[in-house]
Design a protein around this ligand. Structure first.
Ligand code: AMP
Ligand code: MG
Length: 414
């Protein structure tokens, strides 16, 4: 068995930027054409260009009357109503010209006729037969979205490399694209380790536990645009571990859980060393997740990055989000995305010790005027109940130990 190299313990910041730098040099998977809805959650592999001007006509944003703003300099103004233009009006129906002293009744989403340069809301008017009395003035351009102001024909509306979310889907639909090019989901192999860990289809013995990490990771990988491949649980035995890690290194990214601490049977680093893996870091000054390992190996013709994530379930989850996620972003075709930090008011005071960055399971609530967060009581990084009741982490920097009720605190959203 090869020796384990000197441990490289980094600060959270250094470890994160190392992962981001590594990620930014990775190439994405191949693109493929997909039905629009199948592409949601993947990364766009082409620029989505406007097939015509957006909007394609000057669009009224209100129900009311299309007018010449200059006609409303004296109020109330009496205008002669010459037409009604509804959304979806034919070209003939909308081909009227609003002359001085005239107005056209118009609906939201309808084309504003020539001559008119503003729309006055119906709430500010009274109609009696052909006459409309307007009670309020409007500025030129008010309640009209000019033709082409959101995008000119041929212009890029969504660039390649964007995560396809509901807004991207809306744009693709608006430009008439039932299929779009997206990068294929990167394959992410998952190897759980531990003599005590049994698969969820088996009955655990008295001192055994079920493998939850492979499944939580698979769910995180899927949500992050990857294709999880769960490999069998590896015993804490070098030969079996080596075999499974080799298999896992055939994927685009390998995630290992457990076996990276200092215990006698924590063999992952030694086995990786025997595969001539290069380790970028072998620990991070953080909690949970301190023993996390990041490296790459080339057992065959291709180099594959891997993470050895600590086995405690909350440690596995948080280290995936903090360090593996940027690599998944890059393999999926996007730039590594910034972590979703936010700020909220702390509901109850707490103390910690200095020296490491902490990510403590917490619950964000309150209102839009005052988002509030509080720690979830937990039994440490193996506590699945605590994490399932949380929706974020409170982030404690290494130099702080006392946090008072009412202070503004940084959180990391899931
Ligand atoms: P380790 O990192 O291997 O020392 O494991 C740390 C803790 O996490 C131990 O209590 C393990 O039993 C637990 N653990 C390890 N792997 C898993 C897993 N796949 N699912 C659930 N718990 C695990
Ligand atoms: Mg173990």
């Amino acid at each position: 068995m090869a020796n384990v190299p000197e441990p490289q313990l980094l600060s959270f910041r250094d470890a994160r930027s190392l992962a981001e730098d590594y990620a930014s040099k990775l190439s994405p998977t191949d693109p493929e054409m997909l039905p629009l809805l199948d592409s949601a959650g993947l990364v766009l592999a082409e620029d989505l260009r406007a097939d015509r001007d957006f909007p394609p006509f000057p669009r009224s944003t209100r129900d009311g009357f299309a007018v010449r703003a200059a006609d409303l300099s004296t109020l109330p103004a009496r205008l002669h109503c010459i037409a009604e233009i509804k959304a979806g009006a034919t070209v003939e129906q909308s081909a009227v010209t609003v002359a001085p002293g005239e107005a056209a009744e118009i609906m939201t989403g309808a084309p504003v006729p020539t001559g008119a340069d503003a729309v006055v809301m119906v709430e500010h008017t009274q109609r009696s037969s052909d006459t409309v009395i307007v009670q309020r003035s409007v500025a030129s351009g008010e309640n009209i979205v000019a033709m082409g102001s959101e995008g000119r024909k041929g212009s890029v509306m969504v660039p390649s490399g964007t995560w396809i979310n509901h807004a991207t889907v809306a744009i693709a639909a608006a430009i008439g694209r039932p299929e779009v090019a997206a990068y294929k989901r990167p394959r992410v192999a998952i190897v759980a380790t531990g003599d005590e860990v049994v698969d969820i289809n088996l009955r655990p013995g008295a001192n055994e536990i079920r493998n939850s990490n492979s499944y939580s990771l698979a769910a995180q990988v899927s949500a992050a645009g990857g294709d999880p491949v769960i490999l069998p649980v590896a015993r804490d035995e070098a030969g079996e571990l080596a075999l499974l890690l080799r298999k896992g290194l055939e994927a685009d990214l390998l995630l290992i859980t457990g076996g990276v601490s200092m215990g006698k049977y924590d063999l992952v680093e030694a086995v990786l060393a025997s595969l001539e893996a290069h380790l970028f870091f072998t620990g991070v000054r953080m909690q949970p997740g301190k023993p996390v390992v990041f490296g790459q190996a080339k057992p065959g013709t291709k180099t594959t990055p891997f993470f050895g994530l600590p086995g405690n379930p909350v440690s596995t989850m948080v280290t995936f989000q903090l360090f593996a996620r940027p690599l998944l972003d890059a393999l999926a075709g996007s730039k590594p995305q910034p972590l979703p930090f936010a700020q909220a008011t702390l509901k109850s005071a707490f103390n910690t010790k200095t020296g490491i960055t902490r990510f403590l399971p917490a619950k964000l609530g309150g209102t839009h005027l005052r988002p509030e967060v509080e720690l979830v009581r937990w039994q440490g990084s193996g506590d699945l109940m605590a994490i399932s009741q949380s929706n974020c982490y409170i982030v404690v920097p290494p130099d702080r130990e006392q946090f008072a009720t009412g202070e503004t605190i940084t959180i990391l959203l899931f």
